[in-house]
Design a protein around this ligand. Sequence first.
Ligand code: BTN
Length: 122
Amino acid sequence: QCHLKGLWKNELGSNMTILATNTAVTFSGSYHTAVAATSKQTLVSPLQGVQQHPSAKRHPTFGFTMQWHFSDSTTAFAGQCFVDHCGKEMLETTWLLREEILSHKDTWNTTRVSTSIFTHIK
Ligand code: BTN
């Protein structure tokens, strides 16, 4: 079974800590991004998530949203936790970032989406 709890790093060099919660369904954590959409200085920011049926599933799907402490954008991640044949855990995710804009005329330029893989570092 794959566990979300722990310290993770993605291909950009961003670090994420996921803490376990009482219910084992919802979780919280913190995220230190290595990159940003603006030139503002980044700050470690909190995340809130849920995972599906953690006791029943070996490779649970999950989602979490970011509340950036240095940016007005919102990012949502959805993914799945996998373990390879050596027992190494990884998170395959897709994320979507919505930037705050001042006019809805700029809607075409608000959303970025991509994939990201996190590997377990502790
Ligand atoms: C912002 O610049 O508005 C907030 C920071 C966004 C960082 C993004 S989230 C998806 C991607 N993966 C990362 O680790 N960082 C970037």
